[in-house]
Every structure is written in C-alpha cells, then in structure tokens.
Design a protein around this ligand. Structure first.
Ligand SMILES: Nc1ncnc2c1ncn2[C@@H]1O[C@H](COP(=O)(O)OP(=O)(O)OP(=O)(O)O)[C@@H](O)[C@H]1O
Ligand SMILES: [Mg+2]
Length: 341
C-alpha cells in the first residue's frame, strides 16, 4: 500500500510517500522558520497561507523523487490534530480534495501518534511494549505504549512543554527562534557549574513535569547578569548549559521512574527535543545502566515531517480504518481517545 502523508499542523509543510512493502520512498519538507523568525514565534495566519503555497509543489516533488505517478497512490494520510486549526485545515482539505479526485481514501492522523511512531522508520525499530517520552514544542508526556493506539498516559507537563521552555529561554537571551537548537549549540561552549538550575518536581513522587519555573529561573539569572554588565556571549553559553542540563536531568529522572513503574526496558523518545544530543546521551547512559535500550528517529524526523504521518496513516489504513469525506480537524485531541488497532 502506497500512502501519501501530509503534515501541516504548525510551521512546517511536510510531504512523504511511504510504501508498506518498500518503506519510505521520498520525503520533502518546507520549514517556515524564516517567515516567523521576525515575530519570535509562529504567526498562525501566516502559517496557514504558506502551507497553501507549498503543498502542491512538495507533492509533485516527492512523486518525482520516488519515481512514482499519482495513480499509484493508494491512500492519503494527513495530520488532523492537534495543532493550529487553520494550518490543519489546509492539509485536511488538500488531502480530502485529492482523495476525492483520485478516488482513494484519506485518513486523518494524530500528530503526536506520528511523532511517537517516527522511530519505527529507523533500521532497528523498537518492539512493543515500550515507554515513550514525547518532548516537542507543545507536548511533554510519558506514555506507556502497548501497540498502535494503545496508549496509557503516565505523566505530562502541568505547564510549559520542554521545547517551549527551550524556546522561551532562548528568546529572553535574544537568541533566534526556534530556541532548542540555539541553546544546544551554545551549551557546548558553556562552563559547567557556573550556574545551577533546579530539577523541577524530581523530589516528589509521580511522573508529571513542570518547566515554567525553569524558564523563570533562567530569566532571573539572565537579568542579574545583565544588571552586573555580564551579559555577553560566554554568559549566554553558561546559562544555556545550565538550563539544558536541568531539562535533561529532569527528563532522565522521570524516564527512569516510568521504566521502573512499568517494568519495561525499552524507551522511545520522540518530538523535536529528542534531537537534543545531551538528552540522547543521558538517556543512553541511563538505559545502559539498567540493561535497556533507547530508540529515536534521525534528527529530521524528530521535528515535524510528512514521513511520520505517512507511516502512522499507513498502519491504520492497512488495518482497514476509514473515514468519510467530511473535513474535520481538532486543535486539541487527547491521544488516549484514539481507537486501538
Ligand atoms: N536540538 C534540540 N534541542 C532542544 N530542543 C530542540 C532541538 N531541536 C528542536 N528542538 C525543539 O523542538 C521543538 C519543535 O519540535 P516539534 O516540531 O516536534 O514541535 P511542535 O510540532 O512545534 O509541537 P507539537 O508536536 O507538540 O505540536 C521546538 O521547541 C524546538 O526548540
Ligand atoms: Mg510536532
């Protein structure tokens, strides 16, 4: 089954072709980062309008890259939520219109299920069951995964997502959007131990997170440095390192706890923050200490992309899941509401 995947939940237009027999045939992405940079974050209406411009050229591009023609496509998967409602509607209408024109089915996919399953596109995919840490711009969740659509939420952030905390901390130091890769880059030059940030909610039981306090701690630290006239590049690097270490250690402690609680030894990390090298190293060390394994996607499939939507959609379409031609997207959509396969 050849599935065309369309991702438009936020500020990336992602398109991919996934074949159930041959695997991923092609994927293409247009990132709107330059469009939104001047505003320090995503402007929803600009995002929607740009998706409209990019979608059809990207579909033509992946067809050409894969050496396929449109008549070979068996079904279309698109992101139906959660995300920016205008941006989602672009992908949904495009998918339903093409599906109607081509006489094939279309299926709305949950964006976070897409992220969660992205490591399945790698050479050594994890087997079920596993614990998944979803760490993205809008989510920080620990989920027990027993199969596709069999999700038990173990814990989640009570306020900011980890990626959001990276972005906000970067912004307050005048760094570019998105802040995660910027902080990670500066952290490599940071002096360890100059600043020590708290590890929120690690001193009490449970698997929930809270990252808004870390962002405030970063703001106070940065403002004190500014008042002392010590707000140069080295201080940015030192704050970045201290902040990153706090996020990484906090996530690692909670992942270890989730594995212990579930008795599992497989951990999947997904979403944009799972591209962070310090996080990967810390989790690999922790999993090695309990003789377990950590799985993640290649960096370009950690952030938003069409491949993960094509893959997730393919699994559900191949299992016979169907929907009507109605165009319906959801800005908020708890993953536990998904039907098990
Ligand atoms: N190397 C990195 N280190 C830390 N954070 C990173 C890194 N690379 C990307 N990020 C962060 O990942 C986030 C983007 O990830 P992703 O595209 O998965 O999120 P999103 O789609 O905006 O949110 P969601 O998937 O929850 O709707 C941003 O917050 C970005 O700063
Ligand atoms: Mg995302």
């Amino acid at each position: 089954m050849l599935v065309l995947g369309l991702e438009t939940s936020c500020d990336e237009t992602g398109v991919a072709l996934y074949d159930s027999e041959r695997g991923l045939l092609a994927d293409a992405l247009f990132s709107q980062i330059d469009l939104h940079r001047a505003y320090g974050g995503v402007v929803p209406e600009l995002a929607s309008r740009d998706h409209v411009k990019r979608m059809l050229p990207l579909i033509r591009q992946v067809l050409a890259d894969a050496g396929c023609v449109a008549t070979e496509i068996d079904a279309i998967a698109y992101t139906a939520g959660p995300g920016l409602v205008g941006a989602l509607l672009v992908g949904a209408s495009c998918a339903q219109a093409l599906a109607f024109a081509w006489g094939i089915p279309a299926l709305g996919v949950h964006h976070m299920e897409g992220h969660l399953l992205a490591p399945m596109l790698e050479e050594q995919p994890p087997e079920f069951p596993f614990v998944a840490l979803l760490v993205s711009g809008g989510h920080t969740q620990l989920v027990r995964v027993d199969g596709i659509g069999q999700y038990e939420l173990l814990g989640e952030t009570l306020d900011d997502a980890a990626g959001e905390a990276f972005d906000k901390t970067a912004k307050l130091m005048g760094l570019n959007y998105p802040g995660g890769p910027e902080i990670a880059r500066l952290a490599t030059q940071g002096v360890p131990g100059r600043f020590v940030f708290p590890r929120p909610m690690t001193d009490r039981p449970g698997l929930d997170f809270s990252f808004s306090g870390l962002k405030t701690f970063a703001l106070n630290t940065w403002q004190q440095c500014q008042q002392a006239g010590d707000d140069g590049e080295q201080t940015r690097c030192d704050v970045s390192l201290a902040f990153q270490q706090a996020v990484v250690e906090t996530l690692t402690i909670k992942c270890k706890r989730a594995l212990k609680q579930t008795g599992l030894k497989r951990l999947v990390i997904a979403g944009g923050v799972s591209a962070n090298k310090a996080l990967r190293t810390s989790l690999e060390d922790m999993l090695a200490s309990i003789k377990g394994n950590v799985y993640y996607a290649r960096p370009q499939f950690c952030t938003d992309n069409g491949a993960m939507i094509a893959y997730a959609g393919c699994q559900r379409l191949a299992a016979g899941q169907q929907e009507s031609l109605a165009i319906s997207v959801q800005a908020r959509w708890p993953m536990e509401q998904l039907a098990p396969l």
